[in-house]
Design a protein around this ligand. Structure first.
Ligand code: PLP
Length: 464
């Protein structure tokens, strides 16, 4: 390293130390809402680097200019914090990643990192693929991983077609994730990680996460959770000991519906049986600077700031959406034409107990409205009809205000029929394993007044 490069490295070290001090001494001590509003974006950062802009600027630039060849060399060798080229990094993307890392790390003593991705699906690929490598002495090892079967249709396709059929990597499905012996029986020396989606979309599966985390770690492998449906306002797996969390940021995190995005959040020093020290030490930074740079799964800076804008009110939004959903779920559960309502907040739901152990509105004990811990269950539910699929379709076609779309997580109420949309390509047998019956309607309640949503549901139900 020449002297010029060395100078840049020294200067960067001071900046990094200052930033770490700011995070540790200030930001990490704030409540969830304050972090959601400001993230790591400080007054100094605004004044020194952004002309005083109080809102994080959208850097619509492909690339960063360097003062000289020494700075360029240091940046491209990843010796100094730089963003270089927007496929690798970008300041606006950084603001979103800081906030997401802090929110999923809220209540966790250690450090978390985040790498955003162009979609929830690319976030999943970027979280799991680094564990599915065949390198060194492991060229000919059969590889497997274990996942609960009740997962999002796109994830099911990625695991069963892209990994299993095309790459010969076995995904071992868990049919009852609350049976820890089933998880244990599927793990062997070639298992690379455990994967869990909860609450699952659309079936609202929930299970004892702590037991699965402990089992993974006893076997020296990481656990990856997709907690898209809960968001960090209700559930933060890293605080429970999980290694990696993925989100379809597209959903409730970007409740406005302005575009597609994903994120991977990881704690430092994950548990893994892959020999790769960089990856183990700081998984989020590793995938960001190496595999994701090469795969090109980057998010747009515009998208990053639009998402950031939605996240600022995440906690109060999740509270409102959850309360509205509870009102609607109670209405549906008492309706004569509905056979079954899946909403984890309903007391008679078989998984209500285990879900209530984990799903808490963050900081409710510091909220003057509550002043104590409060369970909240999110805004996703699904239900079935006494008269089966014909009734489901008739009901669906008669909705007037609630949108028919393959979408969820919105500030607007949206319904879909998973068997003919999100889970269509799975086929009948696999749908039955993943518990997606034909007459299942998925409903995600928005911020409208629940009385108006109930009126719409009532009139649509009157047609069957
Ligand atoms: C939608 C969804 C995904 C995929 O996210 P995209 O942003 O649509 O790629 C993954 N997991 C869950 C639970 C989802 O709901």
């Amino acid at each position: 390293m020449n002297e010029g490069v060395q100078k840049y490295v020294e200067k960067a070290k001071k900046m990094v130390a200052e930033r770490e001090r700011y995070l540790k001494e200030q930001v990490k001590k704030w409540k969830f809402d304050t972090i959601a509003v400001h993230g790591a974006y400080s007054v100094e950062e605004a004044i020194n680097n952004n002309q005083g802009s109080i809102i994080e600027p959208i850097y619509m630039s492909t690339s960063q200019a360097f003062r000289d060849s020494d700075e360029m060399e240091a940046a491209l060798a990843y010796l100094i914090p730089a963003w270089t080229y927007s496929r690798i990094h970008n300041p606006s993307i950084g603001y979103l990643e800081d906030t997401l890392a802090l929110l999923d790390g809220y209540g966790f003593d250690g450090i978390t990192g985040c790498c955003t991705a162009s979609s929830g699906m690319s976030a999943i690929a970027s979280a799991v693929d680094p564990f599915l490598v065949r390198i060194g002495s492991r060229q000919n090892e059969p590889i497997n991983f274990v996942s609960n079967a009740q997962i999002y249709g796109g994830t099911f396709q990625q695991f069963s077609i892209r990994k299993m059929r095309e790459r010969g990597i076995e995904c071992r499905w868990i049919s009852d994730p609350n049976d820890i012996n089933e998880w244990a029986s599927k793990i062997d020396k070639n298992t690379r990680f455990l994967f869990g989606e909860l609450p699952s979309n659309p079936g609202l599966m929930f299970f004892d996460m702590k037991a699965v985390i402990d089992l993974a770690h006893e076997n020296g492998i990481p656990v990856i959770f997709d907690t898209t449906i809960a968001t960090p306002a209700l559930l933060r797996p890293i605080t429970l000991g999980a290694d990696i969390v993925i989100h379809s940021v597209t959903k409730t995190l970007t409740a406005s519906g302005f575009g597609i995005a994903g994120a991977v959040i990881a704690r430092k020093n994950i548990v893994t049986n892959i020999e790769n020290d960089e990856m183990k030490a700081d998984f989020a930074t590793y995938i960001k600077l190496l595999p994701n740079r090469d795969m090109g799964w980057c998010i747009s800076p515009m998208q990053a700031i639009m998402t950031l804008n939605d996240i600022r009110t995440l906690r109060s939004k999740m509270d409102l959406l959850s309360r509205n959903s509870m009102t609607v779920a109670e209405f549906l559960s008492e309706h004569a034409k509905i056979s079954q309502v899946n909403y984890l907040g309903l007391k008679d739901h078989p998984l209500h107990g285990v879900a209530s152990k984990y799903l808490w509105l963050v900081d409710a004990e510091h909220d003057e409205q509550y002043g104590k811990s409060v369970n909240r269950y999110g805004h996703l539910m699904s239900f079935q009809f006494k008269n089966g699929v014909q009734a489901a379709r008739r009901f669906f076609d008669n909705l007037q205000r609630i949108w028919r779309a393959t979408d969820l997580g919105r500030i607007k109420s949206v319904a879909t029929i998973p068997s003919i949309s999100t889970h269509q390509q799975m086929g009948e047998d696999l749908r039955s394993m993943a518990s997606i019956p034909e007459d299942l309607v998925r409903l995600c309640i928005g911020a409208e007044h629940p009385d108006d949503m109930i009126k719409d549901l009532e009139q649509a139900l009157s047609h069957i």
